[in-house]
Design a protein around this ligand. Structure first.
Ligand code: FAD
Length: 551
């Protein structure tokens, strides 16, 4: 490289801007140019749904930085409305089109960083280009949606896709007084969750008057009979009408430029990079939504279009360009989303993913603790699932849903996963406690203890999914009034308080599966029965979890 390093960055939002700023902090003399196709650099894409919902009222609040700030504060030449149309890797040049002036020029680099992000998936349905049909990625996209709402005053909207962005849009359109139907091809919302953990989210959405159409896929859009009407037709034969449609079907890496330049592209369509974020070309790095990364739990390549990894990768690529010894640790999918006051968070692998990968040597426990001590006013229940290796207790993943304290628990578990932690570590972890914040035995400790009980054979588990086919006797150890209010078909009620006096009613030749409301009393019951020589398993998470499996 020359004395003065010349770096070009393609894409100036999360990963690109982070890379540019870090480069400047490390190399005062480098010549840094950022080419950004859109009209803004460094804006908050994650805030866009809330701008549409009027939670964020001023568009300028979405702007984290501007080309002027880049120049003044960092001496970085950030050019908006400049699209890189070709990379000439052999000559180390890029061809750039100035979208405002229509001019084209060449620029050369010592190091090139690709941070072009990912574009919303646009299926080839008829009608996708109709006015009133939107995808959401940029500030102009959100502006267009706001304008449509202001000018057309839609009463109904169809959101296609029931994951993070789709549900954030459902919430924010509701805020604007619009009745929303969400159509999702999967039989569940929030694909990152296992289906039974998505069930509380479904109930919460329905409580908030979202019309959910699960397990059906939109196949076409068309103009309705009334002027502003849009009609969505589905595989299942539904005909839905609304005055606007938002398509939120996920994203695809913007990899065309790199493909044309002969860079290696992975099976999932993202750039292949090494641990220093370097592509198959020694002078080109790639970061953000457009790259494939290793999942540290499954060991597989994956796409992880999240802001955290994008920012960290941008920073790391800058370090690597400046010759620092760095290594991207991989991703684990730690994510959080808020919908109508409910927080949904996950980290690591879901059971779905583990099964898909053919893994079987794992177990999962469910618990439904309160987010802080119950004697302190305002305690809210959260639903937590912890997945771990049966072999050594290594934590593989966790999912949580609830009103408060959800993301804190998932963040702790995320850190444990990153450090190769086990359920025994969770059992032992020392966490903040005062009654308004947690519990002396925090839900994290409880999850670790439960899982450790399983691994130490103190609490053998039964699988809720095998309930229908098991020959085991199902014992419900809740109180009679709880049992009377609703119970599993065929379950026998032996309240925990009566259990020791009714042992002669229980079979010794047959397995017994116990459960209660949330798992605690069933655990006590299992311990009684195990020590008295019965063959017992616990239906983890109790009747509340049963509802997740039997909506
Ligand atoms: P981007 O931020 O998309 O930036 C890429 C930029 O490159 C684009 O501005 C594009 O115009 C530009 N570009 C592409 N090709 C060229 C070219 N040839 N020449 C010049 N410029 C080019 N993540 C979370 O973790 N949490 C959230 O809550 C969250 N919410 C989100 C909500 C929405 C509505 C959206 C759209 C995304 C959300 N994300 C969230 C995802 C997060 O925003 C992305 O993971 C992150 O922005 C990726 O950063 P990036 O730099 O790789 O790509």
């Amino acid at each position: 490289m020359n004395d003065t390093r010349k770096v070009i960055i393609i894409g100036g939002v999360a990963a690109g801007a982070s890379c540019a700023a870090r480069l400047r902090r490390l190399d005062e003399r480098a010549q840094i140019t950022v080419y950004e196709r859109g009209p803004y650099v460094s804006f908050a894409n994650c805030g866009l749904p809330y701008y549409i919902g009027d939670v964020i009222q001023e568009e300028e609040d979405l702007l984290v930085a501007s080309p002027e700030l880049f120049l003044k504060q960092f001496n970085i030449d950030a050019r908006v409305l400049h699209e890189v149309t070709r990379i000439d890797a052999e000559r180390r040049e890029v061809i750039v089109r100035d979208l405002a002036q229509g001019r084209i020029h060449r620029d050369w680099y010592d190091a090139l960083v690709l941070a072009p992000g990912a574009a919303p998936v646009r299926p080839d349905w008829p009608g996708l280009d109709l006015p009133g049909v939107f995808t959401l990625r940029t500030i102009p996209d959100s502006r267009a949606i706001r304008r449509w709402i202001d000018e057309n005053k839609p009463r109904r909207a169809i959101v296609i896709g029931g994951s993070y962005i789709g549900l954030e849009m459902a919430e924010n359109l509701t805020r604007r007084g619009i009745a929303v139907t969400v159509v999702e091809a999967l039989p569940q919302v929030m694909a990152a969750l296992d289906p039974e953990m998505a069930e509380p989210v479904v109930r919460h959405l329905e409580m908030n008057r979202i019309d959910l159409q699960l397990g059906d896929a939109v196949t076409s859009l068309e103009q309705g009979a009334s002027g502003a009407g849009r009609v969505a037709r589905t595989q299942g034969g539904m005909r839905l009408e609304a005055e606007m449609v938002v398509v939120a079907l996920g994203v695809r890496p913007e990899a065309a430029l790199a493909r044309d330049a002969g860079l290696e592209i992975g099976e999932l369509g993202g750039f292949r990079v090494n641990e220093q974020m370097r592509t198959s070309d020694a002078h080109i790095w790639a970061v953000g939504d457009a790259v494939e990364v290793r999942n540290i739990v499954t060991g597989r390549w994956c796409l992880m279009p999240l802001a955290g990894p994008a920012n960290r990768q941008g920073r790391l690529a800058a370090d690597a360009i400046c010759g620092r010894e760095v290594r991207f640790a991989g991703v684990q999918g730690t994510s959080v989303c808020g919908v109508f006051g409910l927080t949904v968070a996950a980290t690591g692998a879901s059971e779905k993913v583990l099964r898909r990968d053919g893994a079987s040597d794992y177990a999962a426990v469910y618990l439904h603790p309160y987010h802080h001590a119950t004697y302190y006013p305002g305690a809210k229940r959260l639903h937590l699932k912890l997945i771990f290796s049966r072999k050594d207790g290594r934590i593989l993943g966790a999912q949580a849903v609830g009103e408060v304290g959800v993301e804190k628990r998932i963040d702790v578990i995320a850190m444990a996963i990153q450090k190769g932690g086990t359920v025994f570590d969770l059992e032992q972890s020392e966490l903040c406690y005062a009654p308004q914040y947690g519990a002396a035995k925090d839900p994290i400790n409880m999850a670790g203890m439960l899982a450790a009980n399983v691994l130490r054979s103190d609490m053998p588990l039964a699988d809720w999914r095998l309930l229908e086919e098991t020959q085991a006797m199902i014992i419900d150890v809740r109180d009679p009034d709880e049992f009377a209010a609703g119970h599993i078909d065929g379950a026998v009620n032996v309240p925990l308080t009566e259990l020791r006096n009714r042992l002669e009613e229980l079979p010794r030749e047959r397995e017994i599966w116990v459960h209660c409301a949330v798992g605690q009393r069933a655990y006590y019951a299992a311990r009684v029965l195990l020590q008295r020589g019965f063959r017992v398993r616990n239906l983890s998470g109790g009747y509340l979890t049963y509802w997740g499996f039997n909506p």
